[in-house]
Design a protein around this ligand. Structure first.
Ligand code: PLP
Length: 368
């Protein structure tokens, strides 16, 4: 089966094979792997050792995103969130339910957010301490302007929390050029092509220390993750982690480096997304985004307007041809949501486009 979803992604056989073992989390051999993974991640983030540290939280991306918001936005503190997609909405909900005051800037889900979208609200309210935002919006496929927003927040003397879950490892970002960034977060199962199961925050050590006591949740306290590493060692972990997923992630990082790192991965994903965008357009499927707003991670196209079309039936029929896409959408209008990331190539995409075409013909036969 070819998985064309924006996570958990299609993985390589070597990554899956690394799971085939039993592991004790406190075993010294595993602790070395875990400490190494943390160090490698700081490198991929272009963090500075001694300034930045990897603070993992086991589970889905929402858990580490919530941990980042709880840790770096004080209880009752104000956080500004540009909301132009499903994942930004989720971030706003996590912050609100954690008792933070959310200033939401509502924007269309068809273009990336820029500094100009947030600056008026930021300047109008000095009590906003943090701007939390999504790098790649996995709802529609747009990419927000991390450089512009980061520079604006830095100039305004505020902080950022960056949801880079579907961007990290593929879209460029250098923590050493973003001192305003308290943390970025991502997961093991997206652009680094590991298994699902771990969330990672790459955070400023000084800020994680200064924010001790904010989280109001022991499980989701990144300051406590840091304090624990300091006390018990960087290979040590507070609660039982998905050890196999971490072992597999170490192998996924080997493959990432062998491929050529961020720029090579971005080039492959961009080629995948282009092949999807052009291929679907050639089938008569109207793109949801203008080409210039189309990011490299996920392509969304409008569902056929034909009343005979049904998303769930279509997805199941496509699956019988060996291709799995999302059986839901989270754009403002009904779309097909197709992932361009994972261990897949443009050739795989061209095969998938053929399967999509054949499935559509089968489902919507042209009147004779
Ligand atoms: C995948 C994703 C998440 C986290 O999703 P989980 O299902 O909790 O792992 C968060 N933000 C973005 C932008 C994502 O793409």
């Amino acid at each position: 089966m070819l998985l064309l979803i924006p996570g958990p992604v299609q993985t390589r056989a070597e990554v899956r094979a690394a799971m085939a073992q039993d592991i004790a989390p406190w075993d010294r051999d595993f602790q070395a792997v875990y400490a190494r993974v943390r160090e490698r991640i700081v490198g991929i983030a272009h963090g500075t050792p001694g300034v930045h540290a990897t603070l993992p939280i086991q589970g889905a991306g929402h858990f580490v995103t919530e941990a980042a918001l709880r840790t770096f936005v004080p209880p009752g503190g104000k956080v500004l969130i540009p909301v132009n997609g499903a994942y930004a909405q989720r971030m706003a909900r996590l912050a609100r339910e954690a008792g933070r005051e959310v200033i939401a800037i509502d924007l269309p889900d068809t273009r990336g957010a820029t500094a100009a979208d947030i600056l008026p609200a930021l300047e109008a309210d000095p009590a906003i301490g943090t701007v939390a935002f999504v790098y790649n919006e996995t709802g529609s496929g747009i990419v927000n302007d991390v450089e512009g927003i980061g520079a604006a927040v830095r100039a305004a003397g505020r902080r950022t929390v960056l949801d880079a879950v579907s961007a990290f490892g593929a879209l460029p970002f250098r923590l050493d050029q973003h001192p305003e960034c308290d943390t970025l977060v991502f997961t093991s199962g997206k652009c680094l092509e590991g298994m699902p199961g771990m969330g990672f925050a790459v955070a400023r050590i000084d800020r994680a220390e200064a924010c001790a006591g904010h989280a109001g949740s022991w499980s989701l306290d990144l300051s406590d993750v840091l304090a624990h590493a300091r006390r018990a060692g960087w290979g040590s972990i507070r609660f039982t982690p998905p050890v196999q997923a971490i072992a597999a992630f170490d192998v996924a990082l080997d493959l990432y480096e062998a491929e050529g790192g961020q720029s090579a991965r971005l080039a492959r994903y961009r080629a995948n997304a282009d092949a999807l965008y052009e291929g679907c357009a050639a089938l008569g499927l109207r793109p949801y985004l203008e080409k210039r707003h189309q990011g490299p991670v996920i392509v969304t196209v409008h569902q056929p307007a034909d009343p005979r079309f049904d998303l769930m039936t279509f997805v199941e029929a496509l699956k019988r041809r060996g291709v799995l896409i999302s059986n839901f959408y989270n754009t403002a209008a009904p779309t097909l949501r197709i992932g361009a990331i994972g261990a897949i190539t443009p050739e795989d995409i061209r095969g998938a486009v053929k399967a999509i075409g054949a499935t559509l013909e089968e489902m919507l036969p042209k009147a004779a």
